[in-house]
Write a protein that binds this ligand. Structure first.
Ligand code: FMN
Length: 201
């Protein structure tokens, strides 16, 4: 039985392209493994707190105050949820050329020195290996080709964040030109669905 962790971060609810495609990805995966256990986390509806001067030591150093201990507890919970997953599906809309701050806050909690990555003689080493990640990237414009490529701080950033924790098997599903009009949105959804259907078992 596989474990699937699903993270959504779009603020657009029913109108969201990434949420639609994330749901399709989950359907695709659970059709292949009907016994899969799926855990959903909605980072937009239930945002994680930003790290603060009063909490940061709980995640990045030693927790010694109640606020730091609470931050540590939350970080532990998120890491355990991630560690348990064989497959992670992430809905990542492009917001201001990068990712939603709610998704970034999740990375702030799960990237923990000595726990999910460590520094060695050979440089940084990600400790959450052996996972498969599917990222649905929805974008108003076009960034996979042409002049927009230079402004894509979403996909390279996500690749770096995930890879830093050891998650290097990442498939990006790009739904682009959503802002160009309904027919472009429809085309992007159809193309992305075709990509999802081709995901290896
Ligand atoms: C706050 C905000 C910032 C956005 N910034 C960008 C951007 O920098 N580039 C872009 O192409 N689209 C941008 N968009 C458009 C979204 O990427 C697009 O609507 C996409 O479909 C959002 O994903 P969703 O449909 O899953 O919500 C932005 C949308 C919002 C709400």
């Amino acid at each position: 039985m596989s474990n699937i962790l699903v993270l959504n971060s779009s603020v657009s609810g029913e109108a969201s392209v990434s949420r639609l495609l994330v749901a399709d990805a989950v359907t695709e995966l659970t059709q292949r493994d009907p016994n899969a256990k799926v855990v959903f986390r909605d980072l937009a509806a239930d945002p994680l707190p930003h790290l603060l001067p009063s909490t940061v030591a709980g995640v990045r150093a030693t927790a010694s105050t109640p606020a730091e201990e609470e931050a540590r507890r939350l970080s532990d919970e998120l890491i355990a949820e991630l560690r348990a997953a064989d497959t992670v599906v992430i809905g990542a809309p492009m917001y201001n050329f990068s990712i939603p701050t709610t998704l970034r806050a999740w990375f702030d909690h799960i990237l923990r020195p000595g726990v999910t990555f460590r520094y060695s003689e050979a440089g940084p080493e990600g400790l959450l290996t052996g996972k498969r990640v599917i990222v649905v990237e929805s974008r108003g414009g076009l960034y996979s080709e042409g002049p927009g490529q230079a402004a894509d701080f979403q996909e390279p950033y996500l690749r770096q964040l995930l890879g830093f924790a050891g998650m290097t098997d990442v498939t990006f599903i790009r739904a682009e030109k959503i802002g160009f009009g309904p027919e472009f949105r429809e085309q992007a959804v159809a193309d992305s669905r075709a990509e999802l259907a081709k995901l290896p078992a």
